[in-house]
Design a binder for this molecule. Structure first.
Ligand code: SAH
Length: 441
């Protein structure tokens, strides 16, 4: 059903390999009681018993979006995660950014907004409110399209965008026989809101695209260089007596098919040494490639905002539960799993996948917000704040938004746009930040 979930990576065919597990330490440490397992955890343990260790990609996909009990599938997981990042200030400024792009790219008469992984739908709802103050642009917006895997979150998004709506207000349009139905509802301002499994089924139109903390939820494959060879990191059952966890990350004893598929580029043999780790997300490549092709056909602009760097990194898989980073192997399905985004990889996919789409940045969230006048916005809010508590909340919020280190992670903004030959200038905040594909040797 979720086409964007399975663009490339099949299960690694390593059925026969059993990994060394219980034979390392036998009688040194007193045994620790193993964690209890959720039904999803039991399912994963049983499949490993049957067919051998799983790739990290397969594990992440199951943990996050398994239709039966994936972390996101139920509904509101964001209360725990804390969604202060999609604060109204950010949403408003993103709305303003799209407005400036619409003006730069020729003010098309019919537009739509597409968001990937909208969570609670707060960002889109706030953005629409801001944009409604700019009727010249707002009246061109015919549709909002959400690409969302979770039925529970789809409901929350509907509640955020169409207040007071009920399940039976949603119209289901059946697709072709192998395609899932498209769910649609119309707001009182006439903007139609629809949900999809991937951009390939979104109707063709000039678009503003948003992916806020979406790419870090897409599965990765993880590798370690061992001597001169790369080995994939896999998830195995942890039967050792010294860990309470039921799973652990192990290194494949031989080179798997994935290694050959994803690490054939010369740089992987020359630029890395024994012990180096890299994470690669073929799913992210697949999604951004389809976004770039969509923009190439229809025109439009987009932002990808996420934790990550402008280069490849390794060992970035992390789990977050109740605002805290915990071990990624703790009871699967009960915590959010994510991995840092490799923005360079996304930019390469954009440029290689399309003729006329440019990529810019990434720049830090701080620079992005400053270029859009966050300072003035906060000052204005500060002046109209009624109490000293309100002012304190505002200042704390501003500090959190502007300090890239505060959350312990680096938060970045990547821009991309279809630029036909008559388009002038660069996106606001991304002046001199255009990405040029390196010449291949
Ligand atoms: N944008 C929101 C939520 C980010 S969490 C915010 O910034 O707070 C990730 C979102 O992506 C969730 O809505 C989740 O359900 C969705 N998601 C995760 N993997 C997905 C996939 N493979 N396909 C579609 N949606 C996915």
């Amino acid at each position: 059903m979720l086409r964007i979930l399975r663009p490339t990576a099949p299960r690694t065919a390593i059925r026969f390999i059993r990994f060394y597990s219980s034979d390392i330490i036998n009688n040194v440490t007193p045994s620790i009681k193993k964690e209890s397992l959720s039904p999803l955890g039991k399912h994963l343990r049983d499949s490993i018993k049957l067919t051998g260790p799983l790739t990290i990609s397969h594990f992440m996909r199951q943990v996050l979006v398994n239709p039966l009990s994936g972390y996101y599938m139920e509904g509101d997981v964001f209360g725990k995660k804390g969604d202060f990042i999609t604060s109204p200030e950010i949403s408003q400024l993103c709305g303003i950014w799209y407005l400036t792009e619409w003006m730069r790219l020729g003010q098309p008469q019919k537009t739509q907004l597409i968001e990937f992984g909208p969570g609670r739908g707060t960002l889109m709802s706030d953005m629409l409110r801001t944009l409604s103050q700019f009727p010249y642009f707002y009246k061109t917006i015919t549709d909002v399209h959400f690409v969302e895997a979770s039925p529970g979150l789809r409901k929350m998004q509907r509640a955020a965008l169409v207040k007071g709506s009920q399940d039976n207000d949603v119209i289901r349009i059946e697709g072709n026989k192998d395609e899932p139905p498209i769910e649609t509802i119309t707001r009182s301002d006439g903007v139609k809101v629809s949900w999809h499994d991937g951009i390939e089924v979104v109707p063709e139109q000039w678009s503003c695209i948003m992916a806020h903390e979406f790419f870090d939820a897409l599965p990765i494959h993880s590798f370690e260089k061992t001597g001169t060879e790369w080995r994939e990191m896999m998830i195995d059952i942890d039967e050792t007596k010294e860990s309470e966890r039921n799973f652990r990350i192990v290194k494949s004893p031989i080179s798997t098919a994935m290694t050959k598929t994803y690490l054939s580029d010369k740089k992987f043999s020359t630029d890395f040494k024994d012990g180096d780790r890299v994470d690669i997300s073929p799913d992210s490549w697949g999604v951004i490639d389809r976004i770039a092709k969509y923009l190439d056909r229809n025109g439009g602009t987009g932002l990808a905002i996420d934790y990550g760097q402008d280069y490849i990194q390794g060992d970035t898989l992390r789990a977050i539960k109740d605002h805290k980073i915990i071990h990624p192997m703790c009871d699967p399905g009960t915590a959010d799993l994510s991995a840092d985004v490799d923005f360079k990889f996304l930019k390469e996919a954009i440029l290689k996948g399309s003729e006329g789409v440019s990529a810019y940045g990434p720049i830090t969230q701080k620079d992005f917000l400053q270029s859009l006048g966050i300072q003035a916005r906060i000052e204005q809010l500060f002046k109209s704040a009624k109490s000293s508590e309100q002012r304190k909340v505002l200042l704390d919020g501003a500090e959190r938004l502007m300090d890239p280190e505060l959350m312990g992670r680096i938060y970045k903004v990547l821009a991309f746009a279809k630029e036909s030959s008559d388009v002038k200038g660069e996106p606001v905040g991304f002046e001199n930040k255009k990405f040029i594909l390196p010449v291949e040797e």
